[in-house]
Ligand binder design. Sequence first.
Ligand SMILES: Nc1ncnc2c1ncn2[C@@H]1O[C@H](COP(=O)(O)OP(=O)(O)O)[C@@H](O)[C@H]1O
Ligand SMILES: N[C@@H](CCOP(=O)(O)O)C(=O)O
Length: 291
Amino acid sequence: MLTVRAPATSANLGSGFDVFGVALERPADVVRLEKADRVTIEMTGAGSQYIPEDPEKNTVGAVADALDAPARIQIDKGVRPASGLGSSAASAAAAAVGLNELYDRGYSREELVPIAAKGEAVVSGDAHDDNVAPSIMGGFTIATDKGVTQVDADIPLVACLPDIVVSTRDARNVVPETARVDQMVETVGNAAALTTGMHRDDPELVGRGMHDTVVTPARAKLIDGYEQVREAALAAGATGVTISGAGPTVIAACAEKDRRKIASTMLDAFGERGVDARVYQTRIGGGAEVF
Ligand SMILES: Nc1ncnc2c1ncn2[C@@H]1O[C@H](COP(=O)(O)OP(=O)(O)O)[C@@H](O)[C@H]1O
Ligand SMILES: N[C@@H](CCOP(=O)(O)O)C(=O)O
């Protein structure tokens, strides 16, 4: 049996809607695969009771189909579904990397990205690549229909996951259909600053570039306590704060020395709203690993 560990990811980072993503050092899904006559899926771990084992409805089923690689697939979820931490993508990324190796298909990591994204289409209606790209390739990724650009950035992060469920499909429905030119100009500036910050491993520049006035304000309404948590994290030293993926996780970039304080401040701020939460003190990490 082949074992693959594929990391959680944080997509968008504010200014890079549907394009930017980072792999997180933790949490991760662990997927075990062996060749079989047909695809079967067994789920365990965080929130697994809410995830269908039917290959037609699970992200890994679409990946196995695309690679013509039937297998017995056991998924141990470390990434809770509907978290904004690329839960559905982590399983799809692990399946793409694992089945490619098991069946010796010979695809490169970059070529596996659109294949894994077919799994995302099953759950959110859109084959967006911004979670599967970093989960497969690691680091900071810029995923467009022209391919993926990747850099091995190192930025400390805090990801605070409240006990609220936001499905990516629902959160995509509140994205505004249009943006003003001044918002476009601001977004381009922020995205450029963030990208430069990733190349320099500079949390200040990355945090500044996470600002977004187009998609984030619309989605913030789905997360009870978002504004309070954001303000508390900034006051505790975060260099930037935004919604991770479609939410409800709130993600902060920071200097290493401030990470612990920011983590406890974010938990407290959700607590003051009566919302339970858990927090990951993490950083940008590598992509899927095969054991
Ligand atoms: N292997 C999988 N892992 C996680 N969620 C899955 C998987 N397969 C299907 N799903 C479904 O995908 C949805 C979660 O995906 P999504 O809303 O994109 O959340 P996330 O932000 O955590 O990726 C849930 O409805 C879940 O049942
Ligand atoms: N770009 C997508 C990313 C969704 O990420 P997820 O972790 O919430 O699945 C979006 O913002 O809709």
